[in-house]
Design a protein around this ligand. Structure first.
Ligand code: SAH
Ligand code: SF4
Length: 424
């Protein structure tokens, strides 16, 4: 979501006549688009602000902070760091031109826009870094209130973008030559719950797949509790939907899942994952997993390892629990020591790495349809691309093939990338 919003911020600034440059010390305006899902982000933001102070002194650079950390901290952030000119939540990025004008007028010390978090943000153009992948938010906000999570507090209540608008955007991007459309939302499969027109995620996916053109559809994140058979069936019969599904697990212990307010048990999760695997052959599953949630015992953690072992995720995004102010879990007793969290995270990563290597090895000898992304960074003669399951593949080929789909026979498998050759 932040990458999508950064692409929009870029486009807004370009429309104002700014050019995007790499060297921050030469910039007239700098926007830091921030995250606050885990604590680590704040430290990075403070570090960056330190660097920017010197730049501002040198050339009067306008400094804007956008995103969830800005939304959470609001005016306090500008008070703490007077070097900041603009603080705004991402639902307000359409107001960047107004904010810059106000700062340039000299009449305002700071401009703070953190209201409207329950509104549907305006449609904005986006300047994506990739020529292959475009992303489209389909829902904003979240109503789930998982007890560890700050997102519902900084991104407001869930609201769905009307379906005709999404279909229009997909058509435009496909016509522009994008080959991969990424649908975004905190809980994509509750899409439409707030619409009176009766649309839901399965209908949306089906309609997107009817759009002409050669492209893949990906989406993040679905919530296991809302993953209905209708969605599984649409995916199963539409090759346009990528064979890589992200199914956030969070914990493998039913007891901890209850404390997290995830609304599924270990058994229900496993049953869903197995059903998806059997109905969508060749699908790769990935997950988000948190270790060290309050009250997590060794036994609970072993349940998490058990699910990772049984399901065999292709990759996982693994995090130590990080208390977020204002959330229910931050107030729970039974908080664990950092050392315990660290040790569990390492054991989880070790197991996941073994599972990722096993998943990689299963590609050996297969022919995969690969979307060519372009020459690899290390060697101009080698192309890099991704399978429908999102695995990176390297192979020899002409760079003219960029943006097309080719068939590649896989000869060698490493944990994070596959090596092969183009076949007919
Ligand atoms: N809406 C998405 C997740 C958004 S946050 C979903 O429900 O899957 C992305 C991931 O960050 C979460 O899946 C979770 O694994 C992790 N996360 C969120 N809050 C966290 C916290 N307080 N500590 C550690 N990890 C957290
Ligand atoms: Fe956070 Fe849960 Fe909403 Fe995901 S579903 S954004 S983890 S509250």
């Amino acid at each position: 979501m932040n990458v999508n919003e950064s692409a929009k911020i870029k486009s807004i600034l370009q429309n104002m006549g700014y050019n995007v440059i790499e060297d921050v010390s030469e910039a007239d305006a700098v926007f830091l688009n921030t995250c606050t899902v885990r604590e680590g982000a704040a430290t990075q933001i403070y570090g960056k602000l330190g660097e920017l102070m010197a730049v501002k002194e040198e050339r009067g650079t306008i400094i804007g902070i956008t995103g969830c950390f800005a939304q959470e901290q609001g005016e306090e952030l500008a008070k703490k760091f007077p070097v900041i000119d603009i603080v705004m939540g991402n639902q307000n990025i359409g107001k960047i031109p107004t904010a810059i004008e106000k700062i340039e007028s000299g009449d305002f010390k700071h401009v703070i826009y953190t209201g409207d978090e329950d509104d549907l943000p305006p449609r904005l153009d986006a300047e994506f870094d990739s020529k292959k992948t475009a992303s489209i938010p389909i829902t904003y906000g979240c109503n789930n209130f998982c007890t560890y999570c700050i997102v519902p507090y900084v991104r407001g209540r869930e609201r769905s973008v009307p379906m005709p608008q999404i279909l229009d955007e997909v058509k435009v991007f496909v016509e522009k030559g994008y080959r991969e459309i990424m649908l975004l939302g905190q809980n994509v499969n509750s899409y439409g719950n707030d619409l009176e027109t009766g649309e839901n995620f399965a209908v949306l996916l089906e309609e997107i797949c009817k759009i002409d053109g050669e492209f893949l559809v990906r989406f993040v994140s679905p919530h296991p509790k809302d993953f209905g058979d209708d969605v599984i069936d649409v995916i199963a019969r539409n090759e346009k939907v990528a064979r890589c599904l992200h199914l956030p697990l969070q914990s493998g212990s039913s007891r901890i899942l209850k404390l997290m307010n995830r609304k599924y048990t270990k058994e229900q999760y496993i049953e869903l994952a197995e059903k998806i695997k059997s109905k969508i052959p060749g699908v790769a599953l990935t997950a988000d997993i948190i270790v060290g949630f309050p009250h997590e015992t060794e036994e609970d953690f072993l349940d998490t390892l058990d699910v990772v072992d049984k399901i065999g995720f292709e990759t996982s995004f693994m995090f130590m629990y990080s208390p977020r102010k204002g959330t229910a879990a931050a107030k729970m007793d039974g908080q664990l020591d950092q050392e315990v969290k660290k040790e569990r995270l390492q054991r989880l990563i070790d197991l996941q790495n073994r599972k990722s290597k096993e998943a990689s090895d299963s590609y050996k000898g297969k022919v995969e349809r690969v979307l060519v992304e372009g020459p690899s960074r290390k060697n101009e003669e080698v192309l890099t691309g991704r399978t429908s399951t999102n695995k990176v593949v390297l192979f020899a080929g002409d760079k003219e093939l960029e943006g097309t789909f080719v068939n590649v026979k896989i000869n060698e498998c490493k944990t994070w990338s596959l090596y092969g050759e183009i076949v007919d």
